[in-house]
Design a protein around this ligand. Structure first.
Ligand SMILES: NC(=O)c1ccc[n+]([C@@H]2O[C@H](COP(=O)([O-])OP(=O)(O)OC[C@H]3O[C@@H](n4cnc5c(N)ncnc54)[C@H](OP(=O)(O)O)[C@@H]3O)[C@@H](O)[C@H]2O)c1
Length: 403
């Protein structure tokens, strides 16, 4: 049995991941689960999958403000937290709880479905402990892709992408030799605002921004899809995963979302991976690779697909793409600042404190203030992340002053 930890099990990737894992009871044994604050769902999952440990990464102050926190099943003190229903399960808490949980368990594979920069330290810990990482989180790669990938090579840990585009690229590259790769065509549906006029962006509400036409995902990645920062982050993600120059990665808007990405080899052959918009396909691929099994997911009906269109994105309408290319090319601590500033701005937007159009403005302003470190270590990267989040908050005070 392959012992698997699902980090971020209460999110969109995590719940889809557990759906996939449940289909293979003879192959996978879930040994750990984690949430930020959704204790109610974590408890349900623990009842079904019977892990040896769970982690609640959210701080106790967060838990108090959370709807799922009834208090009745938990001891009063933070350290004495005991889930009444699952006394045999070891419960880890707090930001460092994820790392401690990974250090204390024997784990073969980790599915990383945590959103945001909080995944970075658990990924680095996992790289010292496990054989395989099925990686959905993109923010950690954007921040520290060089450090993650060289540690994976050094420790012989397989990093298999879950992000649908990167899963597609991974599968296409597998049909040739990596050294012959010339170019990546990174496709994207264009998100919920593709056909909305730029002049309307100042009125975009959270509900509209998270209403993705093709994929059902968590709120943060959905807003990133609306600003198209998601594609920008994916360019940097692909750069690190496949060791390819950023200028050889071209974004193609493909509203039908049938082709999940393509690669071109140096002989001119272009390979594409196609499939239904269902994250359980790339998740299953990452977990069972190199084996393939019946997923039970309905095949594409080609006779019903009338058209497949591809065109370049509008960099003026979606400035986050330009910002990501620029930060990715500058490298060093710039991608970490891009990511942190975006993360903070998206959080503020979701919580109703800023407008949609403030997101790219804040990211651009903070990137402009950054002095940067060329060859950063992990401390420099974490410092840049912290600095950018503070500067982003400050920039909102500046915007409201200007308004
Ligand atoms: N969803 C997709 O289809 C998709 C596709 C491609 C790539 N991805 C990438 O996969 C990652 C997860 O996306 P998602 O859509 O699944 O997000 P999501 O639905 O928001 O789920 C995120 C998970 O991480 C947990 N979490 C949140 N903040 C945390 C923190 N500070 N520390 C530890 N855990 C934390 C959440 O707990 P709570 O439940 O308590 O909030 C939840 O379990 C992102 O990096 C995203 O870009 C997602």
């Amino acid at each position: 049995m392959e012992r698997i930890a699902v980090l971020g099990s209460t999110g969109s990737i995590g719940t889809n991941g557990l759906d996939v894992i449940a289909k293979f009871p003879d192959r996978f044994k879930v040994c750990a689960l984690s949430t930020n604050i959704n204790i109610k769902l974590l408890k349900k999952q623990a009842k079904i999958f019977k892990p040896e440990a769970v982690c609640i990464a959210g701080s106790s102050s967060n838990l108090r403000g959370c709807n799922d926190y009834s208090g009745q099943n938990f001891a009063s003190s933070r350290n004495g937290w005991v889930p009444g229903d699952f006394r045999k399960i070891k419960v880890y808490e707090g930001e460092d709880g994820l790392c401690r949980m990974l250090e204390n368990l024997k784990i073969d594979t980790v599915l990383v479905g945590i959103v945001g920069s909080s995944a970075l330290l658990p990924i680095l810990t996992a790289l010292d402990r496990v054989k395989k990482i099925a990686l959905a989180n993109k923010e950690a790669l954007v921040m520290a892709g060089g450090i993650i990938m060289s540690k994976a090579v050094k420790n012989k840990v397989g990093v298999v992408p879950v992000d649908s585009e990167h899963s597609a690229i991974f599968q296409c590259i597998g049909s040739g030799n990596r050294k012959d790769l010339k170019k990546i065509f990174l496709t994207g549906s264009g998100g919920p605002l593709l056909n909305v006029k730029k002049s309307m962006f100042k009125n975009i509400q959270v509900k509209q921004a998270i209403n993705h036409p093709r994929w059902k995902m968590g709120k943060k990645i959905s807003v990133d899809s609306a600003t198209m920062m998601n594609k920008g982050l994916e360019v940097i993600e692909a750069h690190w995963l496949f060791n390819i120059d950023i200028s050889n990665i071209e974004i193609l808007i493909h509203p039908e979302a049938v082709v999940h990405s393509m690669v071109e080899f140096r002989d001119g052959a272009i390979l594409a991976q196609l499939g239904a918009c269902d994250m359980r396909i790339p998740i299953q691929h990452a977990l069972t690779h190199p084996d393939r099994f019946d997923s039970g997911i309905k095949s594409l009906e080609f006779s019903k697909i009338k058209n497949l269109s591809f065109y370049n994105p509008d960099f003026k309408k979606f400035p986050c793409i330009r910002l990501a290319y620029e930060a990715g090319k500058k490298a060093g601590t710039w991608p970490s600042v891009l990511n942190a500033s975006n993360e903070e701005a998206v959080r503020e937007f979701i919580e109703g404190r800023i407008k949609f159009i403030d997101i790219p403005m804040a990211v651009e302003k903070v990137l402009g203030l950054h002095k940067g470190v060329k060859n950063p270590g992990i401390e420099d990267i974490l410092e840049a992340d912290k600095w950018a989040k503070v500067k982003t908050k400050e920039s909102f005070e500046y915007f409201s002053y200007c308004a």
